[in-house]
Design a protein around this ligand. Structure first.
Ligand SMILES: [Zn+2]
Length: 46
């Protein structure tokens, strides 16, 4: 589990995989900053 925060609107997304985009403002995934460094689980949903 990892948490991503949107650098654009501040929305926090709690997902196992990195979201494709911010669900709130639609910012591209490049704007989503990972907040946890725990799970280095490789890839799942891409
Ligand atoms: Zn956003």
């Amino acid at each position: 589990m990892a948490i991503y925060q949107c650098a654009k609107c501040g929305e926090v997304v709690d997902k196992r995989c990195k979201p494709g985009k911010c669900p709130k403002c639609g910012a591209p995934k490049d704007e989503l900053i990972k907040q946890e460094g725990q799970a280095s689980g490789g890839k799942c949903c891409g």
